[in-house]
Structure formats: structure tokens, C-alpha cells
Write a protein that binds this ligand. Structure first.
Ligand code: NAD
Length: 480
């Protein structure tokens, strides 16, 4: 783009918004990444209108065209991972390595779904009526509204956009307003792939306006959302009224269980990685560390030792492990939870200080609480912060009961050398994903992802399971 305003993309055109916002780095508030157009309700409606037209043309496109488009998007993301990862790190605050890794992974999503384009098989059956044959096949669901959060600005878009396009749908994409640069860059790549006009639309803007139009629209066919539980409930309510298909991935309060027989080094690495990397701003983060009494003291001591070595700082600086908190509002929330935990009697065993850097930004030393109980606010509510709390328990049964005692259920982990406990855990953890001797965060793109209870709603995302959401089944009866 020649000018400095990054515009929305509607009906195959780059269009001005009804205003702009400045995209400011949380690691350096003097670093303005750019000014991003803000769509209004009418432009969101126009994007939906364009998508309805674009979808018909895209559905008719050949499989090889869809395959090539998805491969090309994936190739470009991977080729430009360093450049785009840098933009991502600047606007979201995660470290450069995490930003580059996210862009690379996003490219892999597009490659995976390119292959899925060619794997769309139907089924046949004999009818109970002689002489009649039955065929079931999948068709695109139609126009898909995509609403994403700020913490994985490229990946969350990618894991929804790639299957949407692969299965022949059109997209209206509304990213989180804190991180428009990554969404815009992804859109710019998609805009050069020769898609029929309107197949893919980007509408940047606030959830209360742009998001609100999308979730209340009767003209979209499906709405996929990742974000907080509070907003997710609104999305579910609005789409239900219009009988629009809905898929929600929301918050969690994941736990990592550490048993007496755990390999201490593995336990510490998994705890620190799961709780603090990505500045703790992951839906899969392990904010609860449930530890049996025999290993408790050694584990706490070793985790603190490891935390002392974590370098917090500007995400683009070499050697930094923990970048910036995403914005001032999130920082305020983190500090509020630190206070609440102390007031409720938890012991702040390490960290929790606001850190000053050379640049003006939001930096927080990861914090570890001990002497916490599962009933405490810090163990009930999702803080989305680099804060973890240790809950001491007697044995495996108490650990498992504690892990399951939450209204969320995305991921759950266990560190043990016992096959018996690992197998029991795998069966009885009430979470959508289970990790054994691995951090609770970190999932693959070719298998289903999602949670239980208040963490997820609707069909699973990712892998071959994604087709449940992005397609409709048609049953045809044929008499020759
Ligand atoms: P959020 O709910 O505030 O916002 C998410 C998106 O919804 C944004 O694009 C926002 O603009 C939009 N939105 C807000 N209000 C809306 C409304 N009334 N109507 C329509 N859209 C609206 O969440 P966030 O703060 O951006 O993200 C953090 C949350 O996301 C955490 O709870 C985290 O656990 C969750 N998350 C979940 C997953 C997962 O896969 N389960 C992955 C990443 C993040």
C-alpha cells in the first residue's frame, strides 16, 4: 500500500473505513506499527453481501484451483515468517521466536488444508428400497463469519480461514482490534491469489460494532469465534436466534499435575513453558500446578530456580524469553489478580514485579504463588497472565479431582513415570486435550483441537474434524 493507512478488504477492493486506530506496540508505546481503517455496520453488511456473491463463484472453482491457492498462501507465510513474525511480535508483545514460530505454523495450516481439498470423499449406500441407491456428500456451509482474539493474531485466523476456503466457503474476517497488522498482512497475501471478488473480506473494528453485526446477521451461514467466555456466550445467543451454525473456542483454567514419581527436570520445564511462555496469554496455559506432597518442596524450589533465569524484556531483543503483556488493560487485570491472590492468603513465592525496560511498555516478572487452594479466585478465574499457582495435594486421586474441579476444560497435563497413572489420567481428565509429560500448551494442526464445559462449544476445530463445521451433508436418493 502506498499510503500509511491500512484499509479493509471488501468485495475484492481495499476500502477506507469510517475512521482509523493507531496500532501501538505494547513493548514500546512510541512504536506505532500503523493506522488501521475501522469498518462500521454498513461496511460489515457490505462485506457479507460480497461474500454471498463470492461464495457461489468459489464453490464452482475446481479443486486444483483451491489447492493451489491454499498452497501458495502457506508457501508465502513460511517464506516471510521472519518479516511477519517481527510484525506480530511488535504488535502483540510475544517474543520474536514465538512470533516467527506462529507465522510458520500458520503456513502449515494452509498446507494441511490444501491437502484436505483433495480428500473430500462422499459415501454411498444401498437403500432399503430395492433399486434405489443413496449417496452422501458434503457441500460448503456458505458464508462463514470469523472472529478472532488478540493472543494468536495469525494462527487463530489461519486455522479458521484455511478450512473455510478449502471446503468452498466465503469468509468475512473480523480480527481483534489490538492486533490488526497481522490480520491485514494475511489478507494482503490472500488478496493476491485470484479468488473471486468477495470470497474473502477483512473488516477491522470493534467487537461491539463490527462483531455485533456479524453475530446478529441472518445472512451468514456459520460463525466461528475464539475469545473470552463472556463474549462467546453473546455469540452463542445471537447466532442461536437466527439458527446460524456456531463454533466457540473460549477460555480455560488448565492444570498440570506433578506426581511424586515425576522426572523433576521434565516437570519444571513443562510447568515453566506451559505457565509463562507467550507471557501466559494462551488459552492452553497451565495456570494451576497441582503437585503431590512428596515432590512439592523440591518442585517449587526448582521452578523458582528456573524462573530466576527467565529474561523478561522487549520481544525483539536477543535472549528474551518472556515478552510484553498485550496492553495496558491486560496489565491492569494481571496486577488485580496478583493483589486478589495475596489478599486471599496465597504466598507470592517469586516474581510479580512490574519491570522497567529501556522502552516504555508493559513488562511483568512471571509470578508463582504457593499455599493456594483450588477455591481461591486465582484458581477459578482465567487471568490470562504469566501467573501460576501451586496447589499441594495428597495423591493422584486428589490431584485428578482438583484438576476436574473447574467450569473450564480445554487442556490438562500430567508429569509421571507411571503408565498406570498416565492411563488413568488420560481417561478421567475432563478436558478436550490431555498431555502426558508435555506442557499443557502446544498442539498440532492435523488433529482435532478443543475443550469441554465452558471452554468450547460446537464442532471441533482443526484436522479432518474441521469439516463438521465448514460443510453441510447432503443425502441423495437415486433410482436409475
Ligand atoms: P474477547 O472475547 O474480548 O474478544 C475476542 C473477539 O471478539 C475480538 O475480535 C473482539 O473484538 C470480539 N468481540 C468482542 N465483543 C464482541 C461482541 N459483542 N460481538 C462480537 N464480537 C465481539 O477475547 P480476547 O480478550 O481478545 O481474547 C482472550 C480470550 O480468548 C481468552 O479468554 C482466551 O482464553 C481466549 N482464547 C481461546 C482460545 C481457544 O482456542 N480456546 C485461543 C486463544 C484465545
Amino acid at each position: 500500500m502506498s499510503d500509511s493507512i491500512f484499509r479493509n478488504y471488501i468485495a475484492g477492493e481495499w476500502v477506507e473505513g469510517k475512521g482509523t486506530i493507531a496500532n501501538i506496540s505494547p513493548a514500546d508505546t512510541s512504536d506505532v506499527i500503523g493506522h488501521y481503517a475501522q469498518a462500521d455496520a454498513a461496511q460489515t453488511e457490505a462485506a457479507i453481501e460480497a461474500a454471498i456473491k463470492g461464495q457461489e463463484a468459489w464453490q464452482q472453482s475446481g479443486l486444483e484451483q483451491r489447492y493451489s491457492v491454499l498452497m501458495a498462501i502457506g508457501d508465502e507465510l513460511i517464506a516471510r515468517k521472519d518479516e511477519l513474525g517481527r510484525v506480530l511480535a511488535r504488535e502483540e508483545g510475544k517474543t520474536l521466536a514465538e512470533g516467527v514460530g506462529e507465522v510458520y505454523r500458520s503456513g502449515q495450516f494452509f498446507h494441511y488444508y490444501a491437502a484436505e481439498v483433495l480428500r473430500q470423499m462422499g459415501e454411498t449406500a444401498d437403500s432399503v428400497r430395492p433399486g434405489v441407491e443413496i449417496e452422501t456428500r458434503r457441500e460448503p456451509v456458505g458464508v462463514v463469519g470469523i472472529i478472532t482474539p488478540w493472543n494468536f493474531p495469525v494462527a487463530t485466523g489461519a486455522w479458521k480461514i484455511a478450512p473455510a476456503l478449502a471446503f468452498g466457503n466465503a469468509v468475512v474476517f473480523k480480527p481483534a482490534n489490538q492486533v490488526p497488522a497481522s490480520a491485514w498482512a494475511l489478507t494482503e497475501i490472500i488478496s493476491r491469489q485470484g479468488l473471486p471478488a468477495g470470497t474473502f473480506n477483512l473488516v477491522m473494528g470493534p467487537g461491539a460494532e463490527v462483531g455485533n453485526v456479524l453475530i446478529n446477521s441472518r445472512r451468514i451461514n456459520a460463525l466461528t469465534f475464539t475469545g473470552s467466555l463472556e463474549t462467546g456466550r453473546k455469540v452463542a445467543a445471537a447466532t442461536a436466534v437466527n439458527l446460524v451454525k456456531c463454533q466457540l473456542e473460549m477460555g480455560s483454567k488448565n492444570a498440570l499435575v506433578v506426581l511424586d514419581d515425576a522426572d523433576l527436570e521434565t516437570a519444571v520445564e513443562c510447568a515453566v513453558n506451559g505457565a509463562f511462555f507467550g507471557t501466559g496469554q494462551k488459552c492452553t496455559a497451565s495456570s494451576r500446578l497441582i503437585v503431590t506432597e512428596g515432590i512439592h518442596d523440591r518442585f517449587v524450589e526448582a521452578v523458582i530456580e528456573r524462573m530466576r533465569k527467565l529474561v523478561v524484556g522487549h520481544p525483539l531483543k536477543e535472549g528474551v524469553h518472556i515478552g510484553a503483556v498485550a496492553d495496558g488493560r491486560q496489565m491492569e487485570q494481571n496486577l488485580k489478580y496478583l493483589e486478589i491472590a495475596k489478599q486471599e492468603g496465597a504466598t507470592l513465592a517469586f516474581g510479580g514485579e512490574v519491570i522497567s525496560e529501556e522502552t516504555e511498555g508493559y513488562f511483568l516478572q512471571p509470578a508463582l504463588f504457593t499455599n493456594t487452594r483450588n477455591e481461591m479466585t486465582i484458581n477459578r478465574e482465567e487471568a490470562f497472565a504469566p501467573i501460576a499457582s501451586v496447589i499441594k495435594v495428597k495423591d493422584f486421586e486428589e490431584a485428578l479431582a482438583t484438576l476436574n474441579d473447574t467450569h473450564y476444560g480445554l487442556t490438562g497435563g500430567i508429569i509421571t513415570q507411571s503408565l498406570k497413572y498416565a492411563s488413568e489420567f488420560k481417561r478421567r481428565a475432563k478436558t478436550g486435550c490431555v498431555m502426558v509429560n508435555l506442557p499443557t500448551a502446544g498442539t498440532d494442526y492435523h488433529v482435532p483441537f478443543g475443550g469441554r464445559k465452558d471452554s468450547s462449544f460446537g464442532p471441533r476445530e482443526q484436522g479432518a474434524y474441521a469439516k463438521e463445521f465448514y460443510t453441510l451433508v447432503k443425502t441423495t436418493y437415486i433410482r436409475a
